[in-house]
Design a protein around this ligand. Structure first.
Ligand SMILES: N[C@@H](CCC(=O)N[C@@H](CS)C(=O)NCC(=O)O)C(=O)O
Length: 244
C-alpha cells in the first residue's frame, strides 16, 4: 500500500514529457506511484480519464505531467525534472555545472518540441518527417556531438550522471526512433547512448516497461504505438516505422 510520503508522478500512459523524470526515479531506486492516464479510442481520443481529475488534485497549474511530493504539487515537465534533480543531488556540484545542466534540459526540450511538431501537427507527415530527419535533426545532433566533445566526460557533465542525462538521452532516443540514419557521423552520441542503456540501475527498466510504452499519444502520426528504429540499410523511401 502506498505511503502518504510516496511521490506521485502523473502522466499519460506514454513516455512523452514524463519519461526523463521516470528514468531519474528508477535510477535513484525511488518508489513512486506512476499514475497513468489513458486516452480514449479513435476517432475522438477522449481525455476524460484525466479531465475528471484535473481540477481536483490541488495543482496550482493543472497539467500533465504533474508531481506530488508531500504538500508540494508541481506541473511543468522541466520543473519536475529539476526538482527531482535537486532532491536527489543530480544538479551538479557547482553553479557552473547547474547552469550547464539547465542549458541541456532547455536545449533538448527545443529538439523534442520540433519532433512534436512532426509527430502531432504535420499535415503531410512523410514530407515533414523527411525534412526533419534530413535538415533539422542533423543540426541538433551536431550541437550535442560538439557539446560531448567539449564538455562531456563519461556523461554530459563530467563523470557523474545528472538530471540532464535523463532528458537528453530520452529525447535523443525519440529522435533515433524516427530517424532513418544510423548516426555514424555522431560517434560520441552513439557511445553516450550505449553507455546510458547499459547503466545497471536502468538496464532492466529500459528493456521492460520503458520499451513497451509508446513515445507519443495514440493520435500522433508517429510514435503512437511502440516503434523500432529502422536500420539505415533501408532507403529513406522504404523506411517506415514498424508497429509492434
Ligand atoms: N509546458 C508543459 C506542457 C504540458 C502539456 O502540453 N501536457 C500535455 C501532454 S504532453 C497534456 O495533455 N496536458 C493535459 C492538459 O492540457 O490538461 C510541460 O512542459 O509540462
Amino acid at each position: 500500500m502506498a505511503s502518504k510520503d510516496q511521490l506521485i508522478l502523473g502522466y499519460w500512459n506514454i513516455r512523452g514529457f514524463a519519461e526523463p523524470s521516470r528514468l531519474l526515479l528508477h535510477y535513484t531506486k525511488t518508489s513512486f506511484n506512476n499514475k497513468l492516464y489513458n486516452f480514449g479510442d479513435a476517432p475522438d481520443y477522449k481525455r476524460e480519464e484525466w479531465l475528471k481529475e484535473k481540477n481536483s488534485l490541488g495543482l496550482d497549474f493543472p497539467n500533465l505531467p504533474y508531481l506530488i511530493d508531500g504538500d508540494l504539487k508541481l506541473s511543468q515537465a522541466r520543473t519536475i525534472l529539476t526538482h527531482l534533480g535537486r532532491k536527489f543531488k543530480l544538479m551538479g556540484s557547482n553553479e557552473r555545472e547547474t547552469s550547464l545542466i539547465e542549458l541541456l534540459i532547455d536545449q533538448s526540450n527545443d529538439l523534442r518540441q520540433e519532433l512534436n511538431n512532426v509527430c502531432y501537427r504535420a499535415i503531410n507527415f512523410e514530407a515533414v518527417s523527411k525534412k526533419f530527419c534530413d535538415e533539422t535533426l542533423p543540426i541538433h545532433l551536431k550541437l550535442f556531438e560538439d557539446f560531448l566533445n567539449h564538455h562531456g566526460k563519461k556523461w554530459l557533465i563530467g563523470d557523474q550522471l545528472t538530471a540532464a542525462d535523463f532528458q537528453v538521452f530520452e529525447y535523443l532516443d525519440h529522435c533515433w526512433l524516427l530517424s532513418t540514419d544510423n548516426w555514424a557521423a555522431y560517434p560520441k552520441i552513439l557511445a553516450y547512448m550505449k553507455a546510458f542503456r547499459e547503466l545497471p540501475e536502468l538496464k532492466k527498466y529500459l528493456e521492460s516497461e520503458h520499451a513497451k510504452r509508446p513515445i507519443n499519444g495514440k493520435m500522433a502520426k508517429f510514435g503512437g504505438t511502440v516503434v523500432q528504429h529502422e536500420e539505415a540499410a533501408n532507403t529513406a523511401e522504404d523506411a517506415k516505422p514498424t508497429a509492434t
